[in-house]
Design a protein around this ligand. Sequence first.
Ligand SMILES: NC(=O)c1ccc[n+]([C@@H]2O[C@H](COP(=O)([O-])OP(=O)(O)OC[C@H]3O[C@@H](n4cnc5c(N)ncnc54)[C@H](OP(=O)(O)O)[C@@H]3O)[C@@H](O)[C@H]2O)c1
Length: 253
Amino acid sequence: MFLTGASSGIGEALARHVGAEGARLGLFARREDRLTSLVGGIERAGGRAIALPGDVTDRSKIDLAVARLVDAFGPVDIAIANAGIGVPTPAIGFDGAAAAQIVDVNVVGAIHTVAACLPSMLERRSGHLVAIASLAAFRGLPGSAAYCASKAAMRSLFESLRMDLHGSGVRVSTICPGFIDTPMTAKSRFPLPFLMTVDAGARRIARSIERGRREDAFPWPLSATVRLLGHLPAGIYDALGPIVRRTRATRDE
Ligand SMILES: NC(=O)c1ccc[n+]([C@@H]2O[C@H](COP(=O)([O-])OP(=O)(O)OC[C@H]3O[C@@H](n4cnc5c(N)ncnc54)[C@H](OP(=O)(O)O)[C@@H]3O)[C@@H](O)[C@H]2O)c1
């Protein structure tokens, strides 16, 4: 399994969980020290893993990492595009550099991951591509233009791939979690309804992958809400904007 964003949060918890169940893991992220200590923990628990330091925005680093993983453990059976960043990008004072960086890591990083792993999966007529998108993929949210755009792009990207790959032997899953307690959400100044622990989130993601779910959006109360919002006409949705902004302001006070 090739897992990006393994040094922290969801990726780290997922690596521990699937490592304990016998997966052979290639753990990719920039912070090598964290990957190395994670590998140690997984191996002490009886699993097998290697640390693959690199930046997802650098295609050559991903290619190299995948080649090292194949040398160590054989062909990649599952590739999980999990690496991601998210900072507010409000329209007033719009930070173009921050927005471009979010899209670069979340979307281009996922594209590099797919490009590095898919050809050999197609040759073997076997494999599984997984995107860790978000419930933020379903509708634009105030203050989060770049993050929402990046997650919507990931969801569409993997949906198109799934259609193209029908009958190829390669499965495609898009996971859309709500709020999970990780260093990313710890920075949030907004309310985080139905916040899940990182272990519960990782278990849920592992189960969805194992079952080959095409798309898994959870927890259900938030998933149902964003799907409902997805059907609202733009005028009605826009009218809800001030309410969402007020909810967020409450947490700021
Ligand atoms: N937490 C949530 O509530 C939530 C909900 C829905 C979706 N998600 C998604 O889940 C994924 C993981 O998020 P998280 O909450 O676990 O956040 P996190 O704890 O901040 O972890 C982010 C991971 O991405 C890696 N990363 C960031 N930039 C990278 C880069 N340029 N190259 C390689 N790796 C990079 C980080 O490693 P390094 O810094 O070591 O590179 C880290 O391992 C993200 O895609 C996020 O959008 C999270």
